[in-house]
Design a protein. Structure first.
Length: 276
């Protein structure tokens, strides 16, 4: 009798427990599915209605244009400035002994490069962008080109120091080997020194490119519809900030991950070429 009573109690407890757990998961599933349905509705309202997604594509295109253009400008400026600075540092004693116009000319170029590096690295990129747009290119109609100029000038200062460190790390014997092969100083730098320096500075250089991509998010200060500006415009028009800003963040993250993957692949290929 007692055992039957206990068995009935156990069955009742099991029933209550399973019913409670089932109800809990049922409510949980309803809440989660409802949240996703609501998220989908918000997404459609934010991007699909009135074709607002086109603004995101426009902003993404402008961001990639500014980043790519500034990247090329920065590399060119960086290599030139790094070559001048490293040449002066490596040949400082010889220039002092020879004197004359060569020493004055190299000293002048080195001084100009130092001023450029000090000014650019010592001021915010937003200020440089606004000076470029409102003071240097006052009548400019294309904000993207102004952005390429401003971000390229800014990036060039950091790329220059990165390349200078790489050039200074190359053994002095490599310069002598280049001269023994009949190359002049420029030929030795271009064909022998810079390729070795590039392999050394590649990881740091890729980090600089990633930083450049994210820095372009301030291009909206001069009226350029970049990716961040497009997200803000859509958020302001729909009064929905979660979807546009999260979408902007995801796009930036995806681009950075792609750039990091390409950088890693290039590093591995360069290491394989060194071994072979």
């Amino acid at each position: 009798m007692i055992s039957a009573h206990i068995s009935g109690i156990i069955k009742g407890v099991k029933f209550i427990m399973f019913e409670g757990i089932g109800a809990f998961f049922s409510r949980l599933w309803t809440d989660i599915s409802g949240w996703f349905v609501n998220l989908y509705d918000q997404f459609c309202f934010v991007f699909v209605e009135k074709d607002r997604y086109k603004q995101m594509f426009t902003g993404l295109g402008n961001t990639l244009k500014i980043t790519g253009g500034a990247l090329l400008v920065g590399i060119v400026i960086g290599i030139v400035v790094a070559a001048i600075r490293s040449s002066y540092d490596k040949n400082k004693e010889d220039l002092k002994k020879k004197g004359g116009a060569g020493r004055f000319f190299m000293g002048l170029l080195n001084g100009i490069c130092k001023v450029y590096l000090t000014v650019i690295r010592g001021t915010p990129v937003v200020v440089q962008l606004m000076i470029s747009y409102f003071l240097i290119f006052v009548s400019a109609q294309n904000g993207v080109l102004v952005g390429i100029f401003a971000f390229g000038i800014n990036s060039g200062a950091y790329v220059a120091e990165i390349f200078r460190g790489g050039i200074m790390s190359v053994d002095e014997g490599q310069f002598e080997a280049g001269r023994s092969l009949g190359f002049g100083y420029v030929g030795t730098m271009w064909h022998i020194v810079l390729p070795q320096a590039f392999k050394t500075v590649l990881p740091t250089l890729c980090n600089e490119f990633i930083a450049l991509l994210k820095e372009t998010s301030v291009a909206g200060y001069v009226g350029v519809i970049d990716l961040t500006k497009a997200g803000n415009v859509i958020a302001g028009r729909t009064y929905q900030y979660f979807i546009p800003l999260i979408t902007v963040a995801i796009i930036y993250l995806a681009i950075v991950m792609i750039m990091s993957w390409l950088s890693g692949k290039l590093e591995r290929r360069l290491r394989k070429s060194d071994r072979s």
